[in-house]
Design a binder for this molecule. Structure first.
Ligand code: ADP
Ligand code: MG
Length: 269
C-alpha cells in the first residue's frame, strides 16, 4: 500500500490534491491542522476520508472548496479540479466553480435549507442560478430531480417547507439541490451521521445510484468505517491532520496496518 498508488494520472482526475496543508492563525501563531494531503479522485469514483472528530476531515474539504475564513486561514499546496488550479483563482472565479462544478452536502440539511421557502422554490432557484432556462422549465427540472432522489409523491411536496420533511427526506432534498448544477464533484461531509441506520443505508444507496447515473466523482467524509465499507472505492485514514494510511477500501480493511486504522476497524461490528 504505497502512497503513490493513490496518486493517479492528474490529467484523468476530477480532483487532484497535492501537498495540501491548511493552517489557522491562533493569535500571532499559525497552527497547521491538515498536513501534506495527497489524493486523486477519478470520474465515477468515491474516495472516503475517515477519521475521528477533529482529525481535519472537514477542513480538508473546506480547503478544496475554499470556504475557510480568508483572514485567519492559509491553504498551501495544489488543488486541481479537472486540471484547473483552484488555489490561484480569485474570489469570483472560485464562487463560479462552487456554483457550477462542485456541490457539497452536510450532516444537517436544515442548516443549508431556508426554513421560510418551500423546497420546490429553493431547488428551482438553484437551477435558475446555474442554467439558462425558463421558470416553467426549472419547475419541471425540480420535479425530475425530486423523482431522481426518490422522494415519493414529489408533485405534491413541491410547495412544502423544510420542516415538513423527515431528516432522511430532507437529506434527499439537499441531494436534489446538489445535483441541480450537474457537478463534476460531490463532497459529502458526514451526510448520514444524523440519520437512523436504516435511513442511512437508503441515502448511501441513493448516492451510489446517482453516481452511476450522473458520472460524478464523490469525496465522502465520515468517522464510520461501516459507512466506508458501503460507499468507497478508495479510502484515506486521517489522524491528527495527516493521512496515515491510503489505499483501496479492500486493502484498508484487509491489510490496514497503522494502529489507528486497526483501532477504527476493531470498532466495526
Ligand atoms: P473533523 O471534520 O475531522 O472532525 P475538522 O476538520 O473540523 O475536524 O477540524 C480539524 C481541526 O481544525 C480541529 O482542531 C478544529 O478545532 C480546527 N478548526 C476547524 N475550523 C477552524 C477554524 N475556522 N479556525 C480555527 N481552527 C479550526
Ligand atoms: Mg467534520
Amino acid at each position: 500500500m504505497e502512497k503513490q498508488e493513490f496518486v493517479a494520472s492528474e490529467t484523468e482526475s476530477v480532483l487532484s490534491v497535492r501537498n495540501l496543508t491548511t493552517s489557522f492563525r491562533i493569535g500571532s501563531q499559525w497552527r497547521s491542522v491538515v498536513r501534506d494531503m495527497n489524493f486523486d479522485i477519478a470520474p465515477r469514483e468515491t474516495v472516503a476520508i475517515v477519521g475521528e472528530s477533529g482529525s481535519g476531515k472537514s477542513v480538508t474539504s473546506l480547503s478544496v472548496m475554499r470556504l475557510l475564513p480568508e483572514n485567519s486561514s492559509r491553504i498551501e499546496g495544489s488543488v486541481k479540479l479537472a486540471g484547473r488550479e483552484l488555489l490561484d483563482l480569485d474570489r469570483e472565479a472560485m464562487r463560479q466553480v462552487r456554483g457550477n462544478d462542485i456541490s457539497m452536502i452536510f450532516q444537517e440539511p436544515m442548516t443549508s435549507l431556508n426554513p421560510i421557502f418551500p423546497i420546490g422554490k429553493q431547488i428551482a432557484e438553484a437551477i435558475l442560478c446555474h442554467r439558462n432556462v425558463s421558470a416553467a422549465e426549472a419547475k419541471d427540472e425540480v420535479l425530475r430531480l425530486l423523482d431522481k432522489v426518490r422522494i415519493p409523491n414529489a408533485k405534491n411536496r413541491f410547495d412544502e417547507y423544510p420542516h415538513q420533511f423527515s431528516g432522511g427526506m430532507r437529506q434527499r432534498v439537499m441531494i436534489a439541490m446538489a445535483l441541480a448544477s450537474r457537478p463534476k464533484l460531490l463532497i459529502a461531509d458526514e451526510p448520514t451521521t444524523a440519520l437512523d441506520v436504516t435511513i442511512q443505508g437508503q441515502i448511501l444507496d441513493l448516492i451510489k445510484q446517482l453516481q452511476d447515473e450522473e458520472g460524478m466523482a464523490v469525496l465522502f467524509i465520515t468517522h464510520d468505517m461501516g459507512v466506508v465499507a458501503e460507499i468507497s472505492d478508495r479510502t484515506i485514514v486521517m489522524f491528527r491532520g495527516e493521512a496515515v494510511e491510503t489505499g483501496t477500501t479492500d486493502d484498508i480493511f484487509n491489510r490496514g496496518r497503522h494502529p489507528y486504522t486497526r483501532a477504527l476497524l476493531s470498532a466495526v461490528p
